[in-house]
Design a protein around this ligand. Structure first.
Ligand code: GRF
Length: 209
């Protein structure tokens, strides 16, 4: 059984995709140990409660400084007893001590085809605004392992989504979620649960079933 702790900040639609795949039996041998949010009162925590998954808030505003928050986040992740940390719309820079404590055991969903439209300042709707400004014809989503830099760890899964002439950032964000994110994140967790993922330097290899 792969125990995962899912880190969220807001809507929790990626968390919901994981919950739904576990409940419909697509995602087997995976258990959500806990949901951690850096924001209080967000929809993602309601989604956890509705699925009888423990949810906690570890908020920077509860700590005197960033270092104290980072230590508290690490302590909560370790207390949850998870094998894998899943960042699902988590808008917090993962501190180095967390990356070091979970080497090769933190994944993130990014709403673009890394290395495009990623790094500092590229999150949420901003990613889609930049993609539309640049006039790219395809975008998509990426699941990658988290290292000490931003959006730079080994890529595990990617899926392309076509951009349409009449797309707004909001319409594009929704289509990337529906057609890519909500499929890729559960699939990535499933591959890891099946022991089919090898990290080889900056690359990953998926072993046959
Ligand atoms: C989405 O833009 C997603 O691409 C990114 O975080 C945002 C919110 O996701 N990872 P969610 O609805 O909270 O899962």
């Amino acid at each position: 059984m792969l125990r995962i702790t899912v880190c969220v900040s807001g809507g929790g639609t990626n968390l919901q995709a994981i919950i739904d795949r576990i409940q419909d039996g697509t995602l087997r041998d995976v258990e959500i140990a806990e949901v951690i949010s850096n924001n209080r009162g967000v929809r993602a925590l309601d989604r956890a409660a509705a699925a009888s998954v423990p949810g906690v808030c570890v908020s920077p505003s509860d700590y005197p400084d960033r270092e104290a928050f980072n230590d508290a986040l690490l302590a909560e992740l370790q207390r949850s007893g998870c094998d894998l940390v899943v960042l699902a719309g988590f808008l917090v820079a993962i501190p180095p001590q967390v990356v070091r404590a979970f080497p090769g055991r933190i994944i993130n969903i990014h709403p673009a085809l890394i290395p495009s439209f990623c790094g500092k300042g590229y999150y949420g709707l901003k990613v889609h605004e930049r993609a539309l400004e640049r006039g790219v014809k395809i975008t998509g989503a990426t699941v990658h392992f988290v290292d000490e830099d931003l959006d730079s760890g080994p890529i595990l899964l990617q899926k392309a989504v076509a951009i349409r002439d009449d797309d707004t950032p909001e319409i594009l964000q929704r289509r990337v979620m529906e057609e890519a994110e909500w499929e890729l994140l559960p699939a990535a967790i499933g591959l890891i649960a099946q022991g089919r993922v090898r990290i080889e330097g900056r690359r990953t290899r998926i072993l046959p079933a």
